[in-house]
Design a protein around this ligand. Sequence first.
Ligand code: NDP
Length: 432
Amino acid sequence: KARNGHEPEFIQAVQEVAETVIPYIASNEIYNGKNILLRMVEPERLISFRVAWVDDKGEIHVNRGYRIQMNSAIGPYKGGLRFHPTVNASILKFLAFEQVFKNSLTTLPMGGGKGGSDFDPKGKSDDEVMRFCHAFMLELNRHIGPNTDVPAGDIGVGAREIGFLFGMYKKIRNEFTGVLTGKGLSWGGSKIRPEATGYGTVYFAQSMLKTKGQEINGKTVVISGSGNVAQFAAEKVLQLGGKVVTLSDSAGYIYDKDGIDEEKLAYVMDLKNNKRARISEYTKKYSSATYHAGEKPWGVTCEIALPCATQNELNVEHAKQLIANGCICVAEGANMPSTADAFHDAKILFAPGKASNAGGVATSGLEMSQNSLRISWTREEVDERLKGIMEEIHNSCIEFGKEEDGFCNYVKGANIAGFVKVADAMLAQGVI
Ligand code: NDP
């Protein structure tokens, strides 16, 4: 804490893990006295760099770029890039730390990392975004590689940005390799990668519900966000017969009492991905919906909630309200969307992001495998593997999280299962 006290999000993420992992270490001889957690919270490498770029009017701007290489005990660093004005070292360290455990849970050989910039893509032209991405990669390229560190997308970094970043990497290094994931399908991307985080979150919710003899079919679902994760979580819920009633963005949320069906979801995808407009536009097209400026959707009655926007968007008051309204299952699509106390004492089905949203990075791992083999699996093949991985993550959570009264503490389960694999590798590799 003395070293990182000025980094609240990072401290929050570490505390949540420490609470469950420290008692486990204390009761297991092989981990005891090795200071493993102390070694895990210190990034192997933290890179910060200047990104200078020129806007359409010829004015020069400077942003700060980062790459946090957190842990490489079980594979190359792997984790997304976030472009958002709130990005700072604390947020990226929390994300990188979570990523280490998440990647370990996927069963694939990937270490953990995260990066990004305080650059805001909102309101920028395609040319400006391209110039920024190129300038960002001018520096980042020397720190990454298909066997070293493989970045991907996150908030503000989607298919467009990955394209610009990959183009510059290829030009500088004169090689076509799987150095980034989330690539376009015609140039090395994996089928199902865009869908994977959202789909995986819903598969995980499905597994949790099954333990109670329940299913998604017929249930009302509240979703926050309207970006990549939220869109495909909504799509999978609809495919499984659920009713999605909300979506949001940073300005507010929409509530559609009739449900957001496939046609309405296609409209949202066009609105957010092509027109890059606000979710409030939805109410101009569909009169069954209302818009709630500056609010979160957690007051809306539902059985399932999927927070898919950003960190700390759901606090303990929101959690109480959800439960009072009959919510029985929460699966985090975003990273740390719930505050530490939100579901701490709630005896409902609650999955932390590092377990339920791991489908995205797992499919990135599958993209890396396909790139190395220079082959492309079918949609069905990737989806089957994704389903299998989500099922395995669920099993690991049950193995390490089941309590004496039969209740499954998924937070504890995910933390310990993620920890064991990384800790064993670190012990085997010695003090480095
Ligand atoms: P997108 O940029 O596609 O969408 C982000 C969504 O969250 C938008 O609706 C955005 O609204 C909203 N949002 C962003 N910042 C804030 C904020 N400060 N307050 C309120 N709303 C906000 O990102 P993704 O969908 O890819 O990511 C969403 C979450 O999922 C993040 O936590 C990310 O780390 C996590 N995640 C993503 C993975 C992936 O594969 N993409 C994998 C695993 C986790 P607006 O348009 O107004 O900015």
